[in-house]
Design a binder for this molecule. Structure first.
Ligand code: NAD
Ligand code: ZN
Length: 342
């Protein structure tokens, strides 16, 4: 059985869990980092005595060092010390950036992540990657460090809009496809609307935890979490420059179909398995009908962090529930799979 991380509690009483951590650690001061959306929708559900509320503007475009400076300044102004605590209440942007700010403030103070999007509950809060974007390069500055605690409450998702909710569903699908065939069967037995989130979320967290525990700093097996992401990131970057921006999970959904087709070409998935995957993804998301051609995304593919001197590297399914990493694929095969999607 896959386990939850030791630092993570799933609870519909997040205030109680947080209070017991505060009781145990006895921080001199507590700050809660929010954006305007989590301030309105999530902060009222957290009853903590006299925290300093630090508010930043939502959005990936604010996940940068300027926002970090504002947070460091607020903590400094309010006389936070090495004994203080930062609580990050929000999606992956708040968790990644708040964790980075806490880990570097006075060489590191304790921080708790309370993820409030599906994506941050099943993905960003596990595995210790913290950081911010720099010069338009995603997550360019950062470090590996597990939060001192993570509190997951699926009830926070009630106020999330459907598009953001589905974006996280992309990662839930990915976790099942790369590591857990029974979980895939459960997923595809329902539609997105009818999934049992109370069961799916812990299971999806446990899958990610199993993978990152084996390889915390991504030298090997952790790379399987990049399934769908080589094509996905390239497509995400491409659409960023058009009026039809894609959310991360939507780009990854496209990426999983195209990279599934690469597995089909390699003979690692049967036609039936490939159709099963692409039919479920197509029915779950609103995706672009056609994709940019190879020429338009080649530059993005060549920049991928997973590449080495041999060429463009992928993490590809080798059957449903299994994934291989460092698979080198020729440009011709990529072209064929991009064309097959359209
Ligand atoms: N550290 C990791 O391993 C890891 C993994 C995956 C993604 N990430 C990072 O996570 C970020 C994306 O995270 P995200 O998808 O959660 O985006 P996000 O943090 O931008 O949140 C999406 C939107 O939802 C709003 N929101 C959050 N919770 C809400 C709620 N309960 N009700 C209403 N609105 C709410 C936010 O204000 C924001 O507008 C990216 O920066 C990505 O790099 C990190
Ligand atoms: Zn992702």
């Amino acid at each position: 059985m896959d386990q939850l991380p030791s630092y993570l509690t799933i609870s519909d009483q997040p205030s109680e869990v947080l209070k017991s951590l505060i009781e145990k650690w006895k921080p001199d001061l507590v700050a809660i980092l929010v954006d305007e959306n989590t301030k309105n929708s999530c902060l009222p559900k957290l009853t903590i005595e006299n925290p300093l509320v630090v508010e930043i503007k939502s959005g990936e475009e604010n996940k940068n060092l300027i926002t970090c400076e504002n947070i460091w300044s607020a903590l400094t102004e309010h006389k936070f010390t090495r004994k203080s605590l930062l609580v990050n209440l929000g999606g992956g942007v708040i968790g990644d950036m708040g964790g980075f700010v806490a880990s570097t403030f006075k060489r590191g103070i304790k921080f708790v992540n309370i993820p409030t999007t599906l994506l941050s509950q099943v993905d960003a809060s596990i595995g210790g990657k913290l950081g911010v974007d720099f010069n338009h390069l995603k997550n360019h500055i950062g470090l590996f460090k597990d939060p001192d605690h993570v509190i997951v409450n699926p009830d926070f998702l009630e106020t999330l809009n459907t598009r953001e909710f589905k974006s996280g569903f992309g990662e839930v699908i990915k976790h099942a496809l790369i590591h857990d065939k029974p979980q895939w069967e459960i997923l595809r037995a329902s539609t997105f609307e009818n999934q049992n989130w109370q069961e799916l979320i812990p299971k999806s967290i446990a899958i990610k935890n199993a993978v990152v525990s084996e390889d915390p700093t991504e030298n090997g097996i952790r790379k399987i979490l990049n399934f769908g992401h080589t094509i996905g990131h390239a497509i995400e970057s491409h659409f960023l420059l058009t009026p039809d921006k894609l959310l991360h999970g939507e780009a990854i959904a496209v990426g999983m179909i195209v990279e599934g087709h690469l597995s089909l070409q390699k003979g690692w998935l049967t036609e039936a398995e490939f159709s099963e995957i692409s039919d479920f993804i197509v029915s779950s998301f609103t995706l672009p009908n056609s994709l940019p051609d190879m020429n338009s995304i080649a530059d993005y593919l060549l920049q991928d962090k997973k590449n080495d001197s041999r060429g463009i590297n992928f993490s590809l399914l080798n059957g449903i529930g299994k994934c291989e990493f460092d698979v080198s694929v020729s440009p011709e095969m990529i072209k064929k799979s991009l064309t097959a999607y359209s």
